[in-house]
Design a protein around this ligand. Sequence first.
Ligand code: GTP
Ligand code: MN
Ligand code: MN
Ligand code: MN
Ligand code: MN
Ligand code: MN
Length: 194
Amino acid sequence: MTEQTLTREDALASKGFRHACHIMLYGDSSAKLFENIPIKHIVLMQMRFDGLLGFPGGLVNTSKETLEAGLSREIQEEVGVAIDVGVVDHVSSCSSSSCPRLITHFYVKKMTEAELKDIERAAVCSASDHGLEVLGMVRVPLYFLKKGGGLPYFLSHSFVSNSREQLLSGLQSCSLLSQEELEEAVRQAEQMRR
Ligand code: GTP
Ligand code: MN
Ligand code: MN
Ligand code: MN
Ligand code: MN
Ligand code: MN
């Protein structure tokens, strides 16, 4: 099945499609792994009920709520925090390759390290979906260790729908890694999957 990129407006005008909105919450961090490897940024994903990695978010009923209001509702359910998502946070819309008649909208929002830590706490303590639809938030390792450790191993896991592509595009558009680093991580991950 082919995948097609659309503008937010064209996506909303498409008849007979369901809409899903997901978001990459991220921010800078000065923390160091083992006291010497900078983690550089915090990027949040989640382990879903089905064992796949994905972003917080979900299906939006566009006859009852805007894409951004629906995404805020899903964030409240899955992460347990109120985050005001706006049209400015939208980065791409795509007809899903794995799910026919579904358009997936992707958003990114930069937060402070303190806000991200609050989100991680809330995801466990306040989110109604914790332990049900969502088994836990995970940080994406953005560094490279020996033998594919770090980002390459992370990318070799299984992701829902096109969330792996959304992650790579988010890391690129937010300049969290260089193009060379991203290509190297994808190359190493490919070798692992063989
Ligand atoms: P329910 O409340 O049980 O309906 O789930 P939900 O509203 O939270 O929906 P979900 O997050 O599972 O997203 C709906 C559909 O979008 C899924 O069936 C997947 O096909 C797809 N999907 C889920 N997570 C992601 C993601 O992070 N990125 C993309 N592109 N698609 C996703
Ligand atoms: Mn230790
Ligand atoms: Mn969801
Ligand atoms: Mn949900
Ligand atoms: Mn839902
Ligand atoms: Mn639900």
